[in-house]
Design a protein around this ligand. Structure first.
Ligand code: HEC
Ligand code: HEC
Ligand code: HEC
Length: 410
């Protein structure tokens, strides 16, 4: 069992490796025989590429799989292209890059990377449906807070783009922490967590808000005591962490939440579909915005699959010292981690203090402070239009409220 889990994790980790094929990068993470059927099983069930793709259409339309993934390419990889050529008129594919002669903006694609379906999964916390299910319940359960009225979803509302759309979040006793809540969507792809990067992983990150006075203001002991008093939760922890004698621990609470967060990805935005070869997924204005985004050098920091380099850059904006608070290194004063830009259009207000409401204005401020350039209104509007194409669909499964067990079982 343990060996199987280690192997599974190795597959999941390699899922985002640079040389991995489409199947490895985008499909094998779920199609591991636990969440969905393995490659071997699929090859046995579907004898031709055509049959495979029509099944894919069906499951995607039912919302069981993320839309916008390169299914066609995966089918090519699995079944070969010898008998079923793609029609000549459609997008010509060269290597991993889709190039269309009809699209003069296609040359800008190389500055971006499509988002894989799953982020890297740490070897000691493999994804299983049981753990993701438990993590989802904990994410939505306000009993993780002292007051029993604040859950992760209060500030990272999965129907509102994974944040709360207020300047700075209201926590326990209506206190605010002075920083804007970033989205939890695609957070598994971030190299470090928080505006100042003080947590390296989602597991470490989740320990913070449960205990922070300005957020949920609980203690590990309090939360464990509450959960252990609910038999249904004890049962769910046993299923999610099989073989552990006393699985209701703080470590497992944050592991389950982190596992759930790794499923909150949006590889289906118009921009992702554009990167994968759907030339008309972006409007002309959005393509012009993309070109400006590259030409002005926004990609110097906003790069990689979530448009964040994971590095710290100076943004002197108010008296928040940023990264310096973590490292105490004077060179880190006023430095903040580049935030991701996926779904940025639905996560206003902007910047670490949520002080700016308009995306166009945030874009102008960035150009001025980070690049020393003044943008015209028209340019800012185009870049903002491009950023709006980064909005994807939150997986339906994550938005369906879980049924939480009551405190007083019958
Ligand atoms: C986020 C998880 C996830 C990802 C990523 C994913 N799938 Fe799926 N896939 C599923 C689930 C769940 C099902 C549904 C299984 C069911 O209906 O019981 C499914 C079903 C399928 C089926 C139909 C299987 C059957 O027997 O009916 C095919 C074919 C398929 N996926 C191909 C792919 C390909 C190709 C990729 C990558 C490009 C991919 N999937 C990526 C979760 C995923
Ligand atoms: C009271 C509101 C509030 C609650 C409740 C809350 N958060 Fe947050 N969350 C924030 C704020 C504000 C930040 C940014 C703080 C900072 O960077 O200093 C944040 C940051 C994060 C980040 C980092 C994202 C990034 O881009 O760096 C993740 C992930 C996250 N929270 C997940 C969670 C989880 C999981 C829970 C529940 C256990 C939770 N949060 C509960 C307000 C909240
Ligand atoms: C030198 C690195 C760097 C460059 C270049 C850069 N950014 Fe940023 N960007 C950052 C950092 C760091 C932040 C976080 C600022 C803060 O502390 O609030 C940020 C924040 C943002 C935000 C707000 C995101 C949010 O969720 O609040 C937007 C939008 C944005 N950048 C767009 C752009 C655009 C458009 C350009 C090009 C005109 C650009 N950036 C150039 C580093 C950079």
């Amino acid at each position: 069992m343990r060996k199987a889990l280690i192997m599974l994790s190795a597959v999941l980790i390699s899922a985002t490796g640079a040389k991995a094929g489409v199947w490895e990068t985008n499909c094998s993470g779920c199609h591991n025989g636990v969440v969905a059927p393995t490659k071997e099983k699929l090859l046995k069930t579907f004898h031709s590429k055509g049959a495979f793709l029509s099944k894919v259409k069906e499951v995607v339309s039912k919302g069981k799989m993320p839309a916008g993934l390169p299914y066609e390419k995966a089918a090519e990889e699995l079944y070969g292209v010898s008998t079923h050529h793609v029609s000549r008129k459609s997008v010509k594919k060269s290597g991993s890059r889709a190039v269309s002669e009809a699209d003069p903006y296609a040359k800008y694609k190389r500055f971006f990377k499509p988002l894989p379906a799953l982020p890297p999964v740490p070897a000691d916390n493999p994804l299983t449906p049981e753990k993701v299910k438990l993590g989802k319940m904990l994410y939505y359960d306000p009993r993780l807070s002292r007051s029993k009225i604040i859950s992760c979803n209060t500030c990272h509302n999965l129907s509102l783009g994974g944040d709360d759309n207020v300047k700075t979040s209201l926590g326990d006793h209506w206190k605010t922490g002075g920083r804007n809540a970033p989205t939890t969507l695609n957070s598994g792809f971030l190299k470090v967590q928080f505006w100042d990067g003080r947590a390296p992983t989602l597991e470490e990150q989740a320990k913070g808000p449960i205990q922070a006075h300005v957020e949920m203001n609980a203690t590990p002991e309090l939360v464990i005591r509450r959960l252990k008093a609910i038999p249904e939760y004890v049962e769910l922890f046993k299923k999610a962490f099989p073989g552990e004698k006393d699985p209701v621990t703080f470590k497992n609470i944050v592991k389950a939440i982190a596992a759930f967060e790794r499923t909150l990805n949006t590889p289906n935005s118009p921009f992702q579909r554009y990167l994968l070869g759907e030339t008309n997924a972006l409007t002309k204005e959005q393509k012009e915005g993309m070109a400006l985004f590259v030409r002005y050098g926004c990609t110097a920091c906003h790069n990689g699959p979530v448009l964040s380099d994971g590095q710290f850059h100076k943004f002197k904006w108010n008296n928040d010292l940023g990264r310096y608070k973590v490292t105490k290194n004077p060179a880190d004063k006023y430095k903040f981690r580049t935030p991701q830009l996926l779904n940025v259009a639905v996560t206003a207000p902007y910047f670490h203090d949520g002080s700016i409401n308009s995306l166009e204005e945030a874009v102008k401020i960035m150009a001025e402070k980070e690049l020393g350039k003044r943008l015209s209104d028209a340019e800012a509007k185009k870049i903002a239009a491009f950023l709006r194409s980064l909005t994807g669909k939150v997986p339906l499964e994550a938005r369906i409220l879980p049924q939480l067990p009551g405190n007083n079982p019958e």
